[in-house]
Design a protein around this ligand. Structure first.
Ligand code: ASP
Length: 579
């Protein structure tokens, strides 16, 4: 027996008169005392079944026992609906199935939540993910994801990239997160790290002459989970031999375009704008700026050097934002609390009232020249941050996005893709005082900046580039170091001794000495990209089985304790033994 002839959502006027079988889940059952109507659902949509005891007494009997989410097969004749029963909102709304045979294939317990309830809490949705997956939102998101990934693969194959698998269990790969460790029974006391990315393997592919590699690679990073972060996620990981930076950016832009086109959308215009790191940090206080709104940060360090307001005069850096609202005292207090939460000592302000009058505890200290530099239209507020540049950037950058959201300044119809270029090679780690890589330690300095690695690491710029979409970092890449001697200097600048570098990366330094071509690549975060394409603010909405914010899988109950036997085999003793 064939389970079904047509998908539920595929039955049309052209099928009227045919006898067909459909199968799916019961979305709704309405008993009209005599006639029973059942909406039967599969991934394509709904078809209305009509069970008439006069047509089939057996079917009517079966229909009485049917409840929501039972799995049912129905066979019958496709007929036109009566004109007043036509439902223009669904694709099958002009027809219905007059049922001859009705069979319950699987029953369902009463559900923990109704599938048409949009307010279900996330833990419950994840606990019963199989029910959640039946809903339109997850069906749509997972299918959209598959469409995009297929387009990406096509695009890569067309450009001569080959898909090569790399190991999950490896040595630590420094991407700035903690590794997940995997104990090894055959070598107690030794651990694999789950790859934070295939970074070094893909570089080795270039040394191995593969020329163009890609992979939809799963990466593992032990970090706090957020709306755009999971322990495990996928990257479109790619690497090219002998590339210019522009060639790498071009590949990525074409992938974005192919993805938009696969979804039938108008792609963003190419080339995407390119902005320097220093410029975006100044104007937006962020290396992943959302440029769908203005609210740009302005610098006032020069003009405040001789200020009578000591906080300004003494600060390393003074910058401000002009917000198109004259805030009340209470609102300003709240903003100051927010700013303090981000690390600011305070939040100086000048409110320009509707008729141009100034409200500000600091205005009396400001010279005419300063006031002219901060001039703002009536009905606005100038908000200042005065501190070290990094703090000023952090506070004003965060205020900028917060206020844009609160004041509804974001134009959600816009899609703004941006390249951020010319990142610094290192930033100082405030805790250790060490120079820390900004991207990863395999990133090449800008041509001509090689000597700065030793003489002035903080001034060296790198060939690292980030792709940003509407304020989300979609991915990063770089032209890599392909000369062993430069690689060693970068390790040294990071405070590694040569012995440490050998112990950790000796195998790779060796590979760099045996004919490493110039190479570079990129990794695009698939979940972030797909979430934005799906219009979702959280990547959990496009992942079939995500972990909750606290790192649990409510469906399976993972992670879970293990037994003393397993631990002994692995040579592990817990500080708190399993209970
Ligand atoms: N491995 C890098 C990352 O995961 C990407 C790259 O440099 O290609 O961010």
């Amino acid at each position: 027996m064939k389970w079904r002839d047509l998908y539920c959502g595929a039955v049309r006027i052209a099928d009227v008169g045919r006898t067909v079988a459909v199968a799916g889940w019961v979305a709704r059952r309405r008993d009209h005392g005599g006639l029973i109507f059942i909406d039967l659902r599969d991934h394509t949509g709904l078809i209305q079944l009509v069970v008439n005891p006069e047509r089939s007494a057996d079917a009517a009997q079966a229909a009485h026992a049917i409840r929501s989410e039972f799995v049912v097969r129905a066979q019958g004749e496709v007929v036109n609906r009566a004109p007043d029963a036509v439902n223009p909102n669904i694709a099958t709304g002009e027809v219905e199935l007059q049922v001859d045979e009705l069979e319950v294939l699987a029953r369902s317990e009463p559900l923990p939540f109704q599938l048409d309830d949009d307010g279900v809490e996330e833990p419950l949705r994840l606990r019963y993910r199989y029910l959640d997956l039946r809903r339109d939102r997850m069906q749509r998101n997972l299918r959209l994801s598959a469409t995009v990934i297929a387009a990406i693969r096509r695009s890569m194959e067309e450009r001569g990239f080959i898909d090569v698998w790399t190991p999950t269990m490896t040595l630590g790969t420094p991407e700035g997160a903690r590794d997940f460790l995997v104990p090894v029974r055959l070598q107690p006391g030794n651990f694999f790290a789950l790859a934070q990315s295939p970074q070094l393997f893909k570089q080795v592919f270039m040394i191995g002459g593969l020329d163009r590699y890609y992979q939809i690679a799963t990466c593992w990073r032990d970090e706090d989970l957020r709306a755009d972060r999971q322990f495990e996620f996928r990257q479109l990981d790619l690497e090219l031999a002998f590339p210019t930076r522009e060639e790498v950016l071009d590949v990525l832009e074409l992938i974005v375009v192919a993805s938009f086109e696969a979804l039938g959308r108008t792609p963003p215009p190419r080339p995407f704008p390119r902005l320097g790191y220093a410029e975006v940090m100044l104007r937006y206080g962020s290396d992943k700026p959302d440029v769908r709104f203005g609210l740009e940060i302005q610098d006032a360090t020069e003009v405040t050097r001789t200020s009578d307001f000591g906080v300004f005069a003494n600060a390393e850096c003074v910058r401000f934002l002009v917000v198109p609202t004259a805030f009340s005292r209470a609102q300003l207090q709240r903003l100051e609390e927010l700013a303090k939460g981000w690390g600011a000592k305070g939040l100086a302000y000048v409110v320009v009232g509707e008729s141009g009058e100034l409200r500000s505890p600091i205005a009396k200290f400001l010279s005419a020249q300063e006031l002219a530099a901060f001039a703002a239209p009536p009905g606005s507020t100038v908000l200042f941050a005065a501190d070290k540049p990094a703090m000023v950037e952090r506070v004003l950058g965060a205020l900028r996005t917060e206020l844009a959201q609160e004041l509804g300044l974001i134009d959600h119809s816009r899609n703004e893709f941006l390249w951020i270029l010319d990142f610094p090679l290192f930033l100082k780690d405030e805790d250790t005082g060490n120079w820390m890589f900004v991207h990863h330690p395999f990133t090449n300095p800008l041509e001509g900046h090689e000597d700065l690695i030793d003489t002035d690491p903080g001034a060296a710029l790198s060939q690292h580039y980030d792709l940003v979409w509407n304020g989300w970092e979609l991915g990063s890449g770089s032209i890599r170091i392909h000369r062993q001697e430069i690689q060693e200097r970068v390790f040294r600048a990071m405070g590694m001794t040569d012995e440490e570098a050998q112990a950790k990366f000796g195998w790779f330094l060796e590979a760099l000495q045996m004919g490493a071509p110039p190479h570079g690549g990129f990794a695009l975060g698939i979940e972030r990209f797909v979430a934005l394409l799906a219009g979702e603010a959280n990547i959990r909405e496009i992942i079939a089985f995500p972990k909750t914010a606290s790192g649990l899988d409510p469906l399976t109950g993972a992670p879970a304790p293990t037994t003393q036997e397993r631990l002994s085999e692995l040579g592990i003793r817990l500080q708190t033994p399993p209970g």
